[in-house]
Structure formats: C-alpha cells, structure tokens
Design a protein around this ligand. Structure first.
Ligand code: NAD
Ligand code: GLY
Length: 362
C-alpha cells in the first residue's frame, strides 16, 4: 500500500492506494470513533462491495446504515440527494455520524455534498471504486450535483477525512468505464507531467490489461499530481483550473447529449482533443503534438471527436462553464505537452473553426 497526503494544514488527509483495502479495519476505524456510519452506494456497487465492507465494520462493533441510490449520471441531482437526507434524518443520524461514499464519481460527489450540507457538515470518507474516482474525483473536495442546465453547477468544496482506493475493486469495472478513467489519467501528463505522459505512451496496453503494478503506479502518480495542485490552490483561484483540461468542451457534450449518454471521461477525451486543436490554431503547439495526443487517446479506446451538437449549441452550453468570468469564456489550453495554461484570449473565429473541425455526426 502507498499513502500520499493532501496537504491542507489542519484539514490534511491521507490517500491510501493498494490491493484489498476494503478489508482494512485499521484504515477506517480511527475515523469512526462513535461506532456509527452511513454508507452511501448504488444499486450496481452494493451487490459487489457493500456486504464485505459492512460486515467488516459490524464485526468491529460499528453500526452501519446502508443508503442505496439508483445508479447513473442521470441520477446525480437534487432528487437523489434528497434520498440521502431522508435516510439520514429517518435514522436520526447526528453530527458525529460520518458518511462513507462507496462507488464511482457520481456517488462520491453526491455523498460529499450531502456530508457538506447535512446538519451543516458531517465527516466523510471516500472509497472510490472506479478508476476515474480513484485518480480524480475522490481527491480534492469538489462535491456536488448536476443541474438540468449544466454539469456540477450546484456544489461545495468539502474535503474528506481519508481516501481509500482499493485497486482490487477495478477488477469488476466494465472496460468502457476503465477507459473513461484513463482520460483523466492522461490529463495529468498533458497539463503538468511530461514524463508521466511518456510513461503512458509506453504502458497503455498494460493499463488496459489491468496490470496491477501499472494501475498502482498510474493511480499513485495521478493522485500525487492532484494532491500537489489541490494543496496549492484548494478553491481554484489559479492553478487548479488546469485540472479542467478538456472539461469546458466535455461538460457541454455531457449536458448537450443528456446526462449519462456520454461518460464523463469520454467527454473529457473528445474535449481534450478540441482543446489541443484550439491550442494549435493559436500557434501554441504543433500539429505533431496534436497527433501525438490524439494517438494516445485512440490507443486507450476513447473518442477523439465530439458529437455534432452544432456550433451554436456548443457555444451556448460552454457559456455556462464555471470558469466563465465577467461573461467571458476561459479555456485550459496547451503550451506544450506537459504544460497547460488558462486563457481568456481566444478569438471566436478560431473557437468556431475548432468546433466545426472536431465534431462529427453521432
Ligand atoms: P460513475 O460514478 O457513474 O461510475 C461509473 C459506473 O461504474 C456506474 O455504473 C457505477 O455504478 C459503476 N461502478 C462503480 N464502481 C464499480 C466497480 N468497482 N465495478 C463495477 N461497476 C462499478 O462514474 P465515474 O466515471 O466514476 O465518475 C464520473 C463522475 O465524477 C461525473 O459525475 C463527474 O462529473 C465526476 N467527477 C468529479 C470530479 C471531482 O473533482 N469531484 C472529478 C472528475 C469527475
Ligand atoms: N476535477 C477537477 C478538480 O478537481 O479540480
């Protein structure tokens, strides 16, 4: 097992990464001093991992309240969030009852937001079970839900007490979900870690084959990158925005297609190629850099073009991005592979050309 730290002074917390962590009472019990916990999960993950986790905790005298939500991005909304509050209130959970998020990014984001708001804040622990959640969403304290008009528009910054990434849980993950997680892994290489990008070029097949050592390495390196960024800029006043490479386009795809039609990682993959292509049109990176980036996403089996929503629809959806400042869109773009920047100076004609070039009929 490797343990990294997200350094946030008195709110610092560990990220444990390894095989079989779901059975490790020693990692969880220190966070459950009152011997009561609510485990929030969904109908897909519950049959796989709820019972072993609950039994282990119950064996150690912990009273477990399971809260099982419907599965899917389309349920990451206020109505489903209400189900968590209903269960917590009906069971008279108090301020000292932590929540455990057991699942992918949807469960992690919603549970974190419930924890931030229930009784004005209760502790929570992330147990991410998708690659995407292990490398990205469980770390850094962005929590929230979608709004019909835009992705992740309602939420809070609220850090967990600990993150337990059990690599063994990835054995049951469908291939398409594994690939979606790889999109966020490639992101770290592109924005700030060229050697990691090169490592991914050499080891993509191992990741796709779920080689345990390769997964451990990629998850730890991704989390180290994320922990460094979050430690330096928790509330996204600067560098943290770089973690949104590809997301302005990607969120527009997810919202425009209807939540759950494109996976988040798939939207990020196509969106990253659009960001690379826009960077090339600005004269910042070469056509060769774009081709190299596209090739890595293609090898991961990820989409490298967006759906043909129409340029006007993209522009309208991207206008609701959280990075918009003073009505002006801002983009995460590449100065080189391994070096991203945020820019608000994008001529509209280049943006329109990029959207036309990078979207195809679905
Ligand atoms: P997800 O949570 O929908 O999980 C994907 C699918 O895999 C679901 O059907 C889920 O039930 C299933 N699943 C989970 N673990 C499994 C396992 N071990 N075996 C088999 N099936 C399993 O999607 P995701 O890709 O994990 O997360 C995407 C969400 O994360 C999006 O809503 C996105 O906005 C959010 N996100 C948040 C942050 C952040 O910083 N908070 C960062 C990136 C993404
Ligand atoms: N996934 C983007 C962030 O955590 O800032």
């Amino acid at each position: 097992m490797q343990t990294l730290t997200v350094g946030l002074a008195d709110r610092s917390y560990p990220i444990h990464i390894g095989n079989g962590l779901l059975g490790r009472a020693d990692l969880l019990l220190p966070h459950l001093p009152h011997k009561r916990v609510a485990i929030v999960t969904n109908t897909m993950v519950a049959p796989l991992y709820l019972e072993p986790l609950s039994s282990m905790l119950q064996y150690h005298g912990v009273d477990v309240l399971p809260i099982i939500l419907p599965d899917g991005e389309e349920y990451k909304n206020a109505a489903t969030l209400g189900l968590i509050y209903d269960a917590l209130l009906s069971s008279r959970c108090e301020r000292n009852t932590p929540l455990i998020a057991l699942g992918g990014g949807v469960i992690g984001d919603m549970t974190g937001y419930a924890a931030a708001t229930y009784l004005r804040g209760v502790p929570f622990i992330q147990i991410p079970t998708t690659l995407l959640a292990q490398v990205d969403s469980s770390v850094g304290g962005k929590t929230g839900i979608n709004h019909p008009l835009g992705k992740n528009m309602i939420g809070a910054f609220y850090q967990p007490q600990a993150v337990l990434a059990d690599i063994a849980t990835l054995n049951t993950l469908p291939d398409q979900e594994l690939r979606a997680g790889i999109a966020e892994v490639i992101k770290y290489g592109l924005i700030r870690d060229l050697p990691f990008f090169e490592w991914l070029e050499q080891n993509m097949e191992k990741l796709l084959a779920r080689d345990a050592q390769a997964l451990q390495y990629a998850i730890a390196r991704s989390c180290r990158n994320k922990a460094e960024v979050v430690g330096a800029d928790e509330r996204e006043s600067g560098e943290r925005a770089l973690l949104n490479l590809g997301h302005t386009f990607g969120h527009a795809i997810e919202t425009g297609m209807g939540y759950g039609v494109w996976l988040h990682g798939e939207g990020v993959a196509a969106g990253t190629i659009m960001a690379a292509e826009l960077s090339r049109r600005l004269g910042w990176i070469s056509a060769q850099d774009v081709a190299r980036t596209r090739h890595l996403f293609e090898r991961a089996g990820l989409p490298v073009a967006g759906p043909a929503l129409g340029v006007e629809k993209y522009l309208q959806l991207m206008g609701l991005d959280k990075k918009v400042l003073g009505g002006k869109m801002r983009f995460v773009l590449l100065k080189a592979i391994g070096h991203a920047v945020v820019s608000g100076d994008v001529p509209e004609d280049l943006l329109r050309q990029t959207l036309e070039a990078c979207c195809k009929n679905v």
